[in-house]
Design a protein around this ligand. Structure first.
Ligand code: UDP
Length: 492
């Protein structure tokens, strides 16, 4: 059935990138536009990607919101990829990952054609589809870019640097004094200069940016981004909290039907049996695969800390690694022992993260500093142990440990370009003593600084939730953005 659009209703097309950390929040934003912005929304994707979120779209449709997915075929056979492998998160080798990138690049033509035919009023595009900037210009419509991270990281990455003693680099002109070890600063040259230029160029051609953040979290950097870097921006976060109020949304979010080793009801029962703030949640996001040697160190550190935990191990098959048999055997017996004595649960594959973080039993997290996980922990009012590895995660760590001061670093020293397989050198640098120390600190109910950190985290949680209530900062930004887009709408 074709919808009769109201005269001033906005038609917005969303183009997510096929990578969980980018796609999950963009789908939330699309749902937000339909549910709270009153827009008519189309998410352009492929079948295997849609399968990870279609249920929530169907629920939105049943609730009367105008939202749908538009599926394009993924060129799997052309690339020799198995059926259903359409997202970088399911790749089992670096080679497969680059084939998926090629597949996404091949979708440029059919996606562009679709946009030209549909002529929406606005395109919300992932940063990794830079070509959408030219299509938007051609159609005379605004393009909003979404890159899935913090204002802080963008400002830090754009700052001039001055090198000092002992390899410390100071970032100039930011609202706070920010210094980092040179080894922690991202080096994107591996992407090639033409790709990086295309991203920067498409950003310049965009109407503005949608940012999954909220003013009370990083207002100095929101201002800096707008005023010093000269980009229009709308903070609409935390989007995970704003749209995923339904229990099914929380439990299914991002899950591509992977069957976990721990059944959801058992997980909830386990959490229900624990005291408030007594369980640590340990996760390194949707991509990271740590070497077995590092997993063994984490296991020892967790056990020595004496605290209860849920630990998500992103277990991907791999065609590339020698199996460390003694490490794997140790982890197997560790897992059984922890389960038996009710100390810890290890979830393999995919955890219902929103549901877990929301549970009162969770007292803190260990995070790789992916921006979505940070915002989700902030919303839940949790202090964090920061364990950055790649992408912009070391900048996010700075924000947590030195600006908002709700995080304590575990002590990682080196940025890694390669997220596919974090090298032993980068990741295994964190020994069990460091893990134990940071966990004891973040979970402490005695140490004054830990208690202050927890108080600050609780305060930020209240601010996060208020931001998306009627009249809150993100709520007002959405209203203003929709009004502005309507004023730009091409009249039929
Ligand atoms: N996530 C999840 N379950 C998992 C792993 C990840 O729900 O087992 C979700 C998590 O809640 C977050 C996203 O996947 O929304 C990961 O994004 P983030 O920016 O934290 O890290 P990335 O995976 O991009 O490194």
């Amino acid at each position: 059935m074709a919808f009769e659009l109201e005269n001033d209703q906005l038609r917005v097309f969303f183009l997510p990138y096929f990578l969980a950390g980018h796609m999950i929040p963009m789908v939330d934003i699309a749902r937000l536009f339909a549910a709270h912005g009153g827009a008519d929304v189309t998410i352009v994707t492929t079948a295997a990607n849609a399968a990870t979120f279609q249920n929530s779209i169907d629920r939105d449709t049943e609730a009367g919101h105008r939202i749908r997915t538009h599926l394009l075929p993924f060129p799997s056979s052309q690339l020799g990829l198995p059926d259903g492998v359409e997202n970088k998160n399911v790749a089992v080798s670096a080679h497969m990952c680059s084939q998926i990138s090629q597949g996404i690049a091949l979708l440029k033509e059919p996606m562009g054609q679709l946009l030209r035919q549909a002529r929406p009023d606005c395109i919300v595009s992932d940063m990794f589809h830079p070509w959408t900037a030219d299509v938007a210009l051609e159609l005379g419509i605004p393009r909003l870019v979404f890159d899935g991270s913090s204002y802080f990281q963008f400002c830090a990455a754009s700052a001039a640097t001055v090198s000092g003693e002992n390899d410390v680099v100071s970032l100039q002109g930011l609202p706070h004094k920010v210094e980092l070890l040179k080894s922690k600063i991202p080096d994107w040259s591996g992407f090639g200069s033409s790709f990086m230029e295309a991203l920067a160029d498409s950003r310049k051609k965009s109407y503005g940016a949608i940012v999954n953040s909220f003013s009370e979290l990083e207002s100095d950097y929101e201002d800096h981004f707008r005023n010093k870097l000269g980009s229009k921006a709308w903070s609409l976060g935390p989007v995970s909290f704003w749209v995923n109020k339904d229990f099914s949304d929380k439990i299914e979010r991002g899950n591509n039907k992977k069957k976990n080793n721990v059944n959801n009801q058992d997980l909830i029962n386990w959490l229900d049996s624990k005291e408030e703030n007594s369980v640590l949640y340990v996760s390194f996001g949707s991509l990271t695969r740590l070497p077995t040697t590092q997993l063994v160190e984490i296991a020892h550190g967790l056990e020595a800390s004496g605290h209860q935990f849920i630990w998500v191990i992103n277990e991907k098959e791999t065609q590339e690694e020698e199996i460390d048999r003694s490490g794997a055997l140790f982890l197997e017996s560790f897992e059984e022992r922890m389960k038996r004595n009710q100390k810890g649960l290890i979830i393999r594959k995919w955890a219902p993260q929103l549901l877990i973080l929301d549970h009162p039993a969770i007292g803190a997290t260990v995070t790789h500093c992916g921006w979505n996980s940070i915002l989700e922990a902030v919303t839940a009012g949790l202090p964090m142990v920061t364990w950055p590895l790649f992408a912009e995660q070391f900048y996010n760590e700075k924000l947590l440990t030195e600006v908002v001061r709700i995080g304590v670093g575990v002590g990682v020293e080196r940025w890694s370009f390669d997220w596919w397989r974090v090298s032993e050198e980068t990741a295994a640098a964190v020994g069990r003593e460091k893990v134990e120390k940071a966990v004891r600190f973040v979970m402490s109910d005695e140490e004054e600084e830990a208690l202050e950190m927890r108080k600050r985290a609780k305060k930020l949680s209240v601010a996060a939730k208020m931001a998306v209530e009627s009249g809150g900062s993100s709520w007002s930004n959405l209203v203003a953005l929709v009004d502005e887009l309507k004023s730009l709408k091409i009249q039929p």
